[in-house]
Design a protein around this ligand. Structure first.
Ligand code: NA7
Length: 557
């Protein structure tokens, strides 16, 4: 591509179809209209780039469009889980609860889309099926399931980290005569389980949030648990006028803090080791944070995710809480997480989860001890019993972080697919770009803090970085940017090194790809911390995109 082609195309090539003018060439195509895609569109338009967003859903919202299961809420506090780019937006939007529900977050995102007039550039109900880099023309050709075929100099993947829903391939899966649901594809009209016998399979965040509510409706609820999970109480409540006022006045300070702390969340982080304090002091600190609610338990001590002995103290604390809440000791024992250190699988945040097992209409089935053998026309059969149910809820999670990307036929240089490139696990530079795939950006991609952080903070950081990058290319009349193999190798090594210094590799988590049979066992997110990571990204940009090859033609040398 000639250098001048990197300039904003004020007049993208157009064709006229059936009397309706259509544009088939854009500066950027953005895939996904969730938190990331909406802001990316807003930023690029603001810089004068032409952009088209493709979204598979019938509405905007991404995660918050699809995950409508009962009890779906964000586990980051609402004030923090919001955009910071517009002071006016922040001043005019009023969150109602400490942790926002899915409908409230979806309303917020709809408000954002309306307020910034984003909808005209978003094509809904359109799934991108393929993206192919054209080395001769230095651009991406994007195809959709609706027959669109457009070209774009840049392709931005805003496909989400937890969007490729997964239902285990049980024998007889399609033979069930009742209704089946996946939490990540919940019917928009809602589901009333009143009077039904219901099976919920899975006790990750989605199971843990929905089980207490389904239990209040169902005549009987069977919870099929493979791995007991750690959960802490949300202590959710309406946001007080004082908290709202404080945020309005001090948000600039809070936002800046969130950008520099390890998880992008504002909970208090202790500077002490769990092992340097007395057992009493430790207990008091855990108890204080348990009462505060939410993931702040993780900030109790500095070494909980790097030192097993320290971690064991938090594990023991949560075990004692579970034993205190659940009246039947045998059920409590089954609920105790023992196979992984606390926080090495996503720490869940719940309302009444453990107490739900005190209800007479709830049965916990340990499918680690007695695995599910098959789905039958009337329910499920484990190795030791048959369960007759009316509905089955799969709260079985997602092909996380790489699934949504690899489900699209993305082809870079020499026709190599992203799936081929990542056969042994994802390889990226900074989690933003992939060697061999020029001008393709992955918002919160593997190798970035993404799912180990407040996604709102990490998304804004990536979007801003990408927007600056495109501006830089335009100013310097460069047509293409591509991660070098050396930079990518060094980054992957660094991500692994930092991950291996923690306890995360000890868990069979979706962070490790362990929930998908055959998926390489690789720790995918970057755990170096949001602040450290941001600094690194800024340094790279300040040095003229160190580790990237910039070229006026896309052939990186
Ligand atoms: P998760 O966290 O991946 O949880 C999925 C759950 O489903 C988990 O308990 C799994 O057990 C269980 N599961 C998965 N496959 C099976 C099979 N084959 N048999 C029995 N049980 C199974 O997904 P969520 O939707 O709850 O949460 C995803 C994220 O969304 C969450 O972390 C938040 O960030 C928001 P396992 O632990 O694999 O033994």
């Amino acid at each position: 591509m000639a250098k001048e082609a990197a300039n904003v195309s004020d007049t993208p090539s157009r064709s006229v179809t059936g009397g309706r003018e259509t544009t088939n060439s854009f500066d950027a195509v953005i895939i996904g209209a969730g938190f990331a895609g909406l802001y990316m569109l807003h930023r690029l338009r603001g810089l004068g780039f032409s952009a088209r967003v493709y979204e598979a859903g019938a509405g905007i919202g991404g995660t918050w469009y699809w995950n409508r299961y009962p009890g779906a809420r964000c586990d980051v506090e609402s004030l923090e889980y919001s955009y910071s780019f517009s002071k006016e937006l922040e001043q005019e939007w009023q969150w109602t609860e400490r942790y926002a529900t899915q409908p409230e977050i979806l309303r917020y995102l709809s408000h954002v889309a309306e307020r910034f007039d984003l909808k005209p550039d978003i094509q809904l109900q359109t799934r991108v099926t393929a993206a192919t880099f054209d080395e001769a023309a230095d651009c991406w050709t994007i195809q959709t399931d609706r027959g669109d075929r457009v070209s774009a100099q840049f392709c931005v993947m805003a496909t989400g980290c937890l969007s490729a829903a997964k239902i285990p391939d049980y024998k007889g899966r399609d033979s069930f005569h009742g209704e089946t649901y996946h939490t990540g594809h919940w019917p928009h009209e809602g589901v009333d389980f009143t009077g039904q016998k219901v099976a919920v399979i899975g006790t990750g965040s989605s199971g843990i949030q929905s089980i207490p509510i389904i239990a209040t409706q169902a005549s009987h609820l069977f919870v099929f648990q493979r791995t007991p999970n750690f959960s802490v109480p949300a202590n959710n409540a309406p946001l007080s006028p004082g908290a709202k006022q404080d945020w309005q006045v001090n948000s600039a300070v809070y936002r800046q803090q969130a950008r520099t702390v390890p998880f992008g969340m504002l909970f208090e982080q202790s500077e002490k080791s769990a092992l340097e304090v007395t057992p009493d002091e430790r207990q008091r600190e855990y108890e204080r944070r348990w009462q505060l609610g939410g993931v702040c338990l993780l900030g109790s001590f500095t070494d909980l995710i790097v030192n097993k002995e320290a971690n064991d103290t938090a594990t023991e604390f949560v075990h004692s809480k579970i034993r205190g809440i659940v009246r039947d000791p045998a059920v409590a024992e089954k609920l105790l997480p023992r196979s992984h250190p606390i926080a090495t699988k996503r720490l869940c945040v719940d309302t009444d989860y453990y107490a739900t097992f005190n209800r007479d209409n709830v049965t916990l089935v340990d499918v680690l001890a007695t695995p599910i053998e098959e789905i039958t026309p009337t329910g499920l059969r484990t190795t030791d019993a048959e369960y007759t149910v009316d509905s089955i809820v799969f709260a079985t999670g997602f092909d996380a972080m790489t699934g949504a990307l690899c489900n699209i036929d993305i082809r870079g240089r020499d026709g190599v697919t992203l799936k081929q490139k990542w056969a042994e696990g994802p390889r990226t530079y900074l989690g933003i770009m992939v060697a061999g795939f020029p001008n393709l950006f992955t918002i919160t991609g593997p190798g970035s803090p993404s799912v180990l952080s407040n996604m709102a903070v990490s998304i804004e950081q990536h979007v801003d970085w990408i927007a600056h990058c495109l501006e830089y290319l335009r100013q310097h009349q460069e047509a293409a940017i591509e991660a070098t193999v050396d930079a990518e190798n060094a980054w992957v090594e660094h991500v692994n090194e930092v991950g291996n210094a923690t306890l995360f590799p000890l868990a069979n988590s979706w962070y490790m790809g362990a929930n998908i049979p055959g998926k390489p066992r690789v720790f995918m997110p970057y755990i170096g911390g949001v602040g450290v990571y941001r600094q690194k990204c800024e340094e790279v940009a300040a040095k003229g995109y160190q580790g990237f090859a910039l070229s006026s033609s896309a052939v990186a040398s």
